[in-house]
Design a protein around this ligand. Structure first.
Ligand code: ADP
Ligand code: MG
Length: 692
């Protein structure tokens, strides 16, 4: 490492790293010495305690220490070279066996004192296959691979743990002292964090597990802290525009009549959400709230109440849904509820004829339309509002950041309420929605019977059909969900073919309907109406019914090839039933090919709690994949674990928000390095972080 003080030194200048290796390293994102230091282990092996050879038991991975008594090499039957050493300590001896590592002949000599780490086996005799080894030279054993808690990195196959470990060790011993402390001292002190040099040393080569934990906490804290700073800045950043904001709304007669007109008693969660929204909307700043609640928790009425509040105060409001089917359903529901109160609700979706569309456009423009319900159609340039005061986005995870921003711009700093039925783990909520206020509806309305879920294999299919028939005889309705529209491969049911089969054979005598995304708006509309009315008894569909559809009389759902769906998706689908007072059943039909597939089905079978499912989903898939943090304009989380590090995230958030409150533009001297890493990390994305 030639240049002094340079964490930015390219790895290829390090002795022992040739052009080949530096290319492999680059592929893992390692270009500089700093990158090496921040390439964190994915796990650790405790090789710190040495076991006496007589105490070794097969099946365990252990560290031993001894002397090489003899060496031999030969060529095996398959042509592989086999190199063996007998290693003895005072209590016994063991054979160490290496395949295809002929160079070991030059490394190891009889009489060498060695440390070995590996899995113990019995194969005629006690042996370790392919153990990691370290030669103890003299007394000094600054061993990198054995005799300590050892880091294990995730690797591309061309780099070995051994190589990376010694590279990291070298980088650490020679360069950690140049690492720059970015966190201000007062935060380090208040949060009892270790300093960055200590953290980097111990994250790779911890002296013990306690130190490792401290190191981990420190590094993750810094990562989360920078993220929360960005979120805090964004939230603060809206303030100047808000000065001109004048949509302070009060609750009054209309919202009172609305509540009275509801055919049910609101749940506590709904009441709480409503009052939080009222408080926001009567304030001096635009609301920016996320309403989170499991499928079926009744978010729509909460949104409806907000819409009414806007109308009562002389503003227009809009609710945008991700599918036409859902938009229509909202339109019907809201019209029934609100038209009697004298509120004009209009529908705006893509497939309307020009005449109707133009009429709707002009109603929106001149203010006759109080509430607009629609799909993406509402964010078209040609849609002009007279005075939009509230924007509601349903099933927001189905929309991109840009689409949400477009809708927001249709008004002058309107209040924004976004809703999601994909419960998200708490840590992630503080990240992805870090600049929003959050209302959560925890409970389902009273009187709901829990849904029973069965995962069954293909061979039980006929029995399941009989089961569905029994429900139909009771007067209930059923969904059959398929992963695709057309059958593409054997053993994977397409909706069209399933529909034909069920209609002609299985449920002959019952009205069977078909619904999928390639049908025209008109057709879809008719099918949904007929299903809602109870004319259609069995609805065969694709995931178009995944979000929002509300048919309380449907009590069974059979999901074909259930292993092809994501966990959260299955949970969403299942949320379509169990909405009335009937016992409901979800049948997952699948013969999964992988353990992961089976695990996911078991998870769905085992719980109805959307939050629990979200956590499992995140464990199985990883948070990035699950929510596309990138899609939210956030950088990838590299060090922390969103599923587990909630505590650290919370602390980082508190500190970051307090800091921005005090020094909003990061002008203070001891915040300069933070500012720099903030810009490095977000590079022009700060604006995009804006959700909604
Ligand atoms: P989601 O939160 O999934 O959007 P919905 O708003 O579609 O749920 O509500 C699901 C069903 O529950 C609807 O039929 C709705 O009328 C009904 N519902 C909502 N709130 C209550 C309540 N407090 N008591 C009884 N039924 C309710
Ligand atoms: Mg909904």
């Amino acid at each position: 490492m030639q240049e002094k003080n340079s964490l930015k030194t390219q790895v290829r200048y390090i002795k022992g790293v040739g052009p080949k290796k530096s290319e492999y390293l680059a592929r893992a994102g390692i270009n500089t010495i700093e990158d090496i230091l921040y390439y964190l282990p994915k796990r650790y092996e405790d090789r710190s305690s040495v076991t006496a050879i007589k105490d070794l038991k097969p099946g365990e991975a252990r560290t031993i220490q001894g002397e090489i008594v003899s060496l031999s090499s030969r060529t095996g039957r398959s042509g592989a070279s086999i190199f063996q050493a007998v290693v003895a300590d005072l209590t016994g001896s063991i054979h160490a066996v290496w395949f295809n590592q002929p160079y070991l002949r030059d490394m190891l000599k009889a009489g060498d004192k060695v440390i070995l780490y590996g899995k113990v086996e019995i194969y005629d005799r006690l042996q370790m296959v392919q153990p990691e080894y370290e030669i103890m030279e003299g007394l000094e054993t600054d061993s990198v691979n054995i005799g300590r808690i050892v880091p294990v990195y995730s690797l591309s196959q061309t780099l070995t743990q051994r190589f990376l470990r010694s590279l990291t060790f070298k980088a650490m011993t020679e360069c950690v002292r140049f690492a720059v402390e970015r966190l201000p001292t007062y935060i380090i002190a208040r949060q009892k964090l270790v300093d960055i040099k200590f953290a980097l040393r111990n994250i790779h080569f911890p002296t013990n597990f306690e130190m490792l934990e401290k190191a981990y906490k420190r590094i993750v804290f810094e990562e989360f802290f920078i993220l929360q700073l960005a979120l805090a800045i964004r939230k603060k950043g809206r303030a100047p525009e808000e000065a001109a904001f004048g949509h302070s709304m009060t609750a009054g007669e209309l919202s009172g009549s609305f509540k009275k007109a509801l055919p049910f008693e609101l749940t506590d969660g709904q009441k709480k959400a409503i009052s939080e929204i009222e408080r926001d909307m009567s304030g001096a700043k635009p609301m920016n709230r996320l309403l989170e609640g499991d499928v079926g928790s009744g978010k729509t009425v909460v949104a409806a109440h907000a819409l009414v509040l806007a109308v009562q105060n002389g503003f227009q409001s809009v609710i945008m849904a991700p599918t036409e089917v859902l938009a229509r359903q909202h339109f019907i529901g809201l019209s029934e509820l609100l038209m009697p109160l004298g509120i004009n609700v209009v529908l705006l979706i893509g497939g309307m004829d020009t005449k109707t569309r133009d009429r709707v456009y002009s109603e929106i423009k001149d203010g006759r339309a109080d509430i607009v319900v629609g799909t993406h159609a509402v964010i078209q340039v040609s849609v002009e509002f007279k005075n939009l005061g509230l924007v509601v986005i349903d099933e927001q995870h189905k929309f991109g950041v840009a689409q949400r921003a477009l809708l927001r711009r249709k008004g002058l700093n309107p209040h924004v309420l976004i809703m999601t039925a994909t419960p998200i783990p708490r840590t992630l909520a503080l990240t992805v929605y870090g600049d929003l206020d959050i209302s959560t509806i925890k409970e389902l309305p009273k009187g709901r019977k829990p849904i029973t879920t069965y995962w069954v294999e293909e061979e039980k299919r006929l029995r399941m059909y009989d089961f569905i028939k029994e429900e139909l005889i009771e007067g209930r309705q059923a969904y059959v969900v398929c992963p695709l529209i057309e059958t593409k491969a054997a053993g994977c049911a397409g909706a069209v073919a399933t529909f034909e089969k069920l209609k002609d054979e299985v449920f002959a005598g019952y009205e069977v309907g078909l619904l999928h995304g390639k049908m025209s708006t008109k057709e879809k509309d008719k099918v949904m109406k007929d299903f809602k009315k109870g004319k259609i008894k069995v609805l065969v569909s694709t995931v178009v019914i995944e979000v929002g559809i509300d048919i309380p009389n449907a009590s069974v759902m059979m999901i074909e090839n259930a292993d092809r769906f994501g966990l959260s998706q299955l949970h969403q689908l299942r949320g379509r039933i169990g909405r009335g007072g009937h016992e409901s059943y979800c049948i997952l039909l699948a013969d999964p090919k992988t353990d992961n597939g089976a695990e996911r089905l078991k998870a769905i079978e085992g719980t109805l709690d959307g939050f629990e499912i979200a956590e499992t989903d995140m464990d199985l898939r990883g948070p990035g994949e699950m929510f596309g943090t990138r899609q939210h304009g956030l950088p990838e989380i590299r060090f922390g674990n969103l599923a587990k590090d909630f505590g650290i995230m919370e602390l980082a958030r508190i500190e970051a928000f307090a800091l921005i409150e005090k020094d909003p533009k990061l002008l203070e001297e001891h915040h300069q390095l933070l500012k720099k890493s903030l810009y490095e990390r977000f590079r022009g994305r700060l604006e995009l972080v804006r959700v909604g």
